[in-house]
Design a protein. Sequence first.
Length: 325
Amino acid sequence: MRNETLKKEQFRTEYFSGFASKSMQQLEEFVNRVAPTDEAVLITGESGTGKTELAKIIHSRSHRATGPFVAVSCLNPADSFLESELFGHVNGAFTGAVGNKIGKLELAHHGTLFLYEIGELSSSAQTRLLRFLQEKVIKRVGGFEEINTDTRIIASTSHDLKEAATNKRFLEDLYYRLNILECYLVPLRYRKEDIPALVQRLIKEAASNLHKTILPVIPDKVMNKLIEYNWPGNIRELRNTLERIVILTSGSEVEEAALPPAFLSIKQIDTTQNTQREKFRTLAEIEREHISSVLASEENFERAAEILGITAVTLWRKRKLYGLN
């Protein structure tokens, strides 16, 4: 138990340690400001950027740190099952509902409930969640009793909730309630200066998990390849890559051969441009080209947003809209 407590404390204090990017420095400042509050937080960003870890950090730096941290994935296709998981149910509420069940919102009393991919919640569950955020009371599925619970909500999504709310796929009032404290996680390819610190942290984690007594050393030539790679799978892909490296490394120093095939194949980039352009182009085509040009010339994602005169969140949405990497 003591070792587990020490690990949690180390995780809480060292999470931002070693990061050199402006985006992570700003993120730590954001976390330190919002963690002590009880307001809901919405974490946005691509898949694999570390949204679950960030939710745990916010919880660990709050006055709820000694309370439970309960995580629920909203990707379950069975709406009735997910509503029961979140809000509980009473005996006979639906087929298979035997006995009364306490939901995750109640189980997270005096703690935090983390809703992973909240955009997948059914409309009924969204309505229930909005009521909870407004009144701090819930009703179990099939029940009438109002139950008070002191639970903080942290939600995450890798999709554009604003666009979903505009197109009536997500409850607009719930979006604006969550959007008060929205936090965007920048993709790893736009903060490559953080990769060395992440590599050292994650390779140590991988070695520990795999019971390796010798921590592999990453030589410069391998580290450079890790930095140059674009990491479409973000931190999750980096973690998996380092696990592979630890498994395949028998000595003390990592060899290039331990890297996945994607790092070893040389891909020729076709830079040929079509010189025959149409006389007129749409505004969307011009905007796409301009954003692509800025992103290609500026590795720092926040700086690219500044150049374009938009927020980082808006740039992320436009990049997804136009299919830019």
